[in-house]
Design a protein around this ligand. Structure first.
Ligand code: PEP
Ligand code: MN
Length: 338
């Protein structure tokens, strides 16, 4: 429910609305605006009887929100959210396009450090690298787990680069939060609700990937779980969805980016690696995502993709990434002029 106040409503009227909401066993969320104040109501699990509010002075309109998400929507919070990753790095509207790159999985100290030093040379602020890997087959490489987290922590210490890694279960969150700067919730876990809630109890930035067959509303409802627990630092990541197509790993739908930006205030980034599954398609789709309005990108790169333990075919060689980095800079300048 959303309560829109008249612009002449007094602070006493607003306080009365808030107190009434609390007395109804619900939680008021103030939504200040330049023109008017609105008060969002969260905590209800279904229809709310608005009778106790109807006669309060200063209320212009009571809107019943039927969507499965509120806090992530622009109805409840209009301004663009900017997520701070480290003291020099932010992501969101009118912030520099965020580039995150790195291997699918952390395979060794040497592989991770080589990648981090390369990224540092290019000025890339965040390195990705999976320690806990969600693999389709239990016979595939499952990640170095805690050892992988230690390597990521060493990467940060030695290079100053920020890091992001995937968490697959609620127990991973506290151990990963100590060792990395951002958490990633992968496509397969987009609706792991206990995991989402636990991620909501940290203040770490969380990259929430769209599920393999999730609708946009299901994806936003998952983000809502994180915000509702008190963590506003969510970055949505489109990584392609499962369709009937078999020539690409997933179907990359870039129209999702402007659409989600119109509904939600959260930053939206794109993962061209999982979206296509093919190294040859990654550069052009990366550039296209800048045109579509993405706030950033997460790309898989590897010092030796042919021998990568996971996702080699979609990982760029270092030289390919360096070339793409240059083209992305040009594209950013071009798009700003549009
Ligand atoms: C990954 O980023 O390595 C990954 C497993 O991604 P997704 O969850 O999008 O499949
Ligand atoms: Mn991968």
């Amino acid at each position: 429910m959303l309560i829109v106040m008249h612009h002449q409503a007094s602070s006493r009227d607003i306080e009365k609305v808030k107190k009434t909401i609390i007395a109804m066993g619900l939680r008021p969320v103030a939504i200040p605006g330049a023109e008017r104040t609105a008060i969002g109501v969260v905590g209800n699990q279904g229809w709310v009887d608005d009778m106790p509010l109807r006669d309060i002075h200063g209320i212009k309109e009571i809107i019943h929100v039927t969507k499965p998400y509120k806090l992530v929507s622009r109805d409840f919070h209009f301004p663009n959210t900017i997520v701070r990753i480290d003291k020099n790095t932010n992501v969101g509207e009118r912030r520099p396009f965020l580039i995150i790159a790195g291997p699918c999985a952390i395979e060794s100290r040497e592989q991770a450090m080589k990648t981090a030093l390369f990224l540092k040379k290019l000025g890339i602020p965040v390195m990705r690298g999976g320690a806990f890997k969600p693999r389709t087959s239990p016979h595939s490489f499952q990640g170095l787990r805690e050892e992988g987290l230690d390597i990521l922590s060493e990467v940060r210490e030695r290079t100053g680069i920020s890091t992001v890694t995937e968490v697959m279960s609620p127990e991973h969150i506290s151990i990963a939060a100590e060792k990395v700067d951002m958490l990633q919730i992968g496509a397969r876990n987009m609706q792991n609700f206990d995991l989402l809630k636990e991620a909501g109890r940290t203040k770490k930035p969380v990259i929430l990937k769209r599920g393999l067959s999730a609708t946009i509303e299901e994806w936003l409802a998952s983000a809502e779980y994180i915000l509702l627990e008190g963590n506003p630092n969510v970055i949505l990541c489109e990584r392609g969805i499962r369709t009937f197509e078999t020539l690409t790993r997933n179907t990359a739908d870039l129209s999702v980016i402007p659409l989600v930006k119109s509904i939600s205030h959260l930053p939206v980034i794109f993962d061209p690696s999982h979206a296509t599954g093919k190294r040859t398609l990654v550069p052009v789709m990366s550039l296209a995502s800048i045109v579509a309005g993405a706030h950033g990108i997460m790309i898989e790169i590897h010092p030796d993709p042919d021998h990568a333990l996971s996702d080699g075919p979609q990982s760029l060689h270092f030289n390919e990434f360096a070339k793409l980095r240059k083209h992305m800079k040009d594209m950013e300048i071009f798009v700003k002029k549009l």
